[in-house]
Design a protein around this ligand. Structure first.
Ligand code: ADP
Length: 422
């Protein structure tokens, strides 16, 4: 009896202890699942089935966390790739509310993701062309309009996605529009430049065929016709020169040309063209060599000399001078005592077909392309074209080339002492 009682008591005590133990483990597991603990600490290590359940839940949780972190990282790198896109990207929901924009779009439209999220895009971007396009529901073509700040021209394409949402792609087409306009202007200018002499020529042809001219009259008409064909030939020559320069590779840095020889050739041409109408002087301070494309450098230097002779009235003087400066840079300077150029024209002189005095330019065979060629050549040779002019007194055109394009052989003989140039 007593033994049975003892056994029962022991059994009851054992069961209570076991139940307490189980209760304690359950509490530990429960506490672990309470707010914030699951993610922060691993599951408590407990014996038995409860412990195994805890470990399995813990492993499943860590695996889910790792997957989520991986997805977040992927999303992050995906969004930063889209953010780096040179095109603007906007994501709109079914009601055209802004859901996401990249940096470029924020710049294009002056938007701010934090401020503007969930706003209707047409309240943020009010350009009528954009609003109409978005509301039209026809998105086959892009629409163009100025950016809200007015400093760029945008081209926008809308693409529906996911059934009801929209992807809006924006592109800054300012440079493309400008170069399209320049190309159109250029073609219009060339056509105009060619049409004028052609019209004059056809008039002369009619005169020759319709009118009974004396020998002298006929000769005069032929001379005038020759002037027009010369004008067209000069234009085509300059156009070809420009096209060739634009299409040519960057001038080599290791092909050297004797400056002295090149300038001697220019002097011969200048004297032949000028027929002693001006006092022409050439000073070559040092027998340096220049690296680059000889034909281009020749054309640039010749254009400056030829302009000075063409625009300076007969009796004036033109001085061309080459020198190597103390810092190793080379300078070709053409000084004339011509009409000079008003300050307002100077920044535009190197534009194609820009002329201060159109009639003087045409009379002397000018094409309006000479200084455009000079500037292009000089830039390709890493140099600078500098223009100083005093109206009524004359002009100084300088080409400065960097030291790495100028080489002075040791003990260079000085060919000519420069006279002071005003
Ligand atoms: P063009 O063939 O008309 O001479 P350029 O491009 O060489 O074209 O020159 C552009 C314009 O700059 C000329 O039309 C002329 O008005 C002006 N110009 C150039 N050089 C001189 C100069 N030495 N003196 C005065 N004006 C000049």
């Amino acid at each position: 009896m007593t033994t049975a009682l003892v056994l029962s008591v022991l059994l009851a005590l054992g069961a209570t202890a076991w139940a307490l133990q189980l209760y304690r483990r359950e509490r530990m597991l429960l506490r672990w699942t309470s707010h914030g603990m699951l993610a922060a600490v691993p599951a408590p290590v407990l014996p038995g089935i409860l412990g195994e359940i805890g470990q399995r839940v813990d492993r499943a949780l860590r695996a889910a966390d790792a997957r989520e972190a991986q997805h977040a990282q992927r999303l992050e790198s995906f969004l930063s790739a889209i953010d780096a896109s040179p095109n603007g990207i906007l994501l709109l929901d079914a009601q055209d509310h802004l859901q996401w924009i990249n940096q470029t779009a924020a710049g294009h439209f002056g938007l701010d993701m934090l401020r503007d999220r969930d706003q209707r895009v047409t309240s943020l971007v009010r350009a009528p062309a954009f609003v109409d396009h978005l509301q039209s529901g026809r998105f086959d073509e892009a629409v163009g309009f100025p950016s809200p700040r007015g400093d760029a021209m945008l081209s926008v394409t809308v693409r529906p996605y996911g059934g009801t949402m929209k992807l809006v792609l924006s592109q800054d087409v300012t440079v493309r529009e400008r170069s399209d306009r320049m190309r159109r202007d250029f073609v219009a200018n060339v056509s105009h430049e060619i049409r004028s002499p052609l019209t004059v020529l056809s008039g002369f042809i009619e005169t020759l065929s319709d009118l009974p001219l004396t020998g002298a009259e006929r000769q005069r008409v032929l001379t005038l016709m020759r002037q027009q064909t010369d004008r067209m030939r000069n234009l085509v020559t300059d156009l070809l020169a420009l096209a060739q320069i634009e299409g040519a590779p960057r001038p080599a840095a290791d092909t050297w040309t004797e400056v002295g020889d090149m300038l001697a050739q220019i002097e011969v041409s200048a004297r032949a063209h000028d027929r002693e109408q001006h006092r022409f002087l050439l000073h070559v301070d040092s027998s340096a060599q220049l690296s680059g494309t000889e034909s281009e450098l020749f054309s640039a230097f010749w254009n400056l000399v030829s302009n000075a002779l063409r625009y300076t009235p007969a009796g004036g003087s033109v001085t061309a001078q080459w020198s190597v400066r103390a810092d190793g840079t080379g300078e070709f300077r053409v000084t004339d005592t011509g009409p000079g150029i008003d300050r307002e024209h100077i920044p535009r002189l190197t534009e194609r077909f820009y002329r201060v005095d159109s009639s003087r330019s045409r009379e002397t065979g000018g094409t309006g392309l000479g200084l455009a060629i000079v500037k292009h050549v000089v830039q390709r040779h890493d140099g600078e074209l500098l223009i100083d002019s005093v109206p009524g007194k004359g002009s100084v055109f300088r080409v400065v080339l960097p030291a790495f394009r100028v080489r002075v052989p040791a003990r260079s003989p000085v060919r000519n002492r420069p006279e002071p140039v005003n």
